[in-house]
Design a protein around this ligand. Sequence first.
Ligand code: C2G
Length: 131
Amino acid sequence: MKRVITYGTFDLFHYGHLRMLKRAKALGDYLVVAVSTDEFNAVKGKKCTYPYEHRARIVEAIRFVDEVIPETCWEQKTGDIRKHQIDIFVIGDDWKGQFDFLKPFCEVIYLSRTADISTTQIKDTLKNGKV
Ligand code: C2G
């Protein structure tokens, strides 16, 4: 029973997010997704369109997501790995190398991002009315 965890904001949920979660689940049997709270997003310098509750419920509704927990700070990952008995930490390769410090606690995998889609791009498209 391989347990996988990944972290993210998942604002304006899109196909790139979905593909990441699908590939994360494919690495094991149980997928925990830590969704950044609004307060933590402020720390990350991100202003969300959807509040945490909405972002968490959307992720939770995905068939291959088994559990959603809040991500409230940078420092919670090692505790999460222990508490949730995680075997694999996975995240997009935009973070490549940033989470190698987790290697003593679990496998660390960086997966390629989906090209040509991002929350920022969606916001810009909507703003410019180029829908
Ligand atoms: N992602 C992707 N392809 C995209 C956009 C995002 O694969 N086109 C992936 C990211 O690499 C990440 C996940 O989807 O693994 C969530 O992306 P964001 O919501 O942007 O999350 P981020 O702000 O990177 O938060 O502690 C870690 C942070 O919470 C990660």
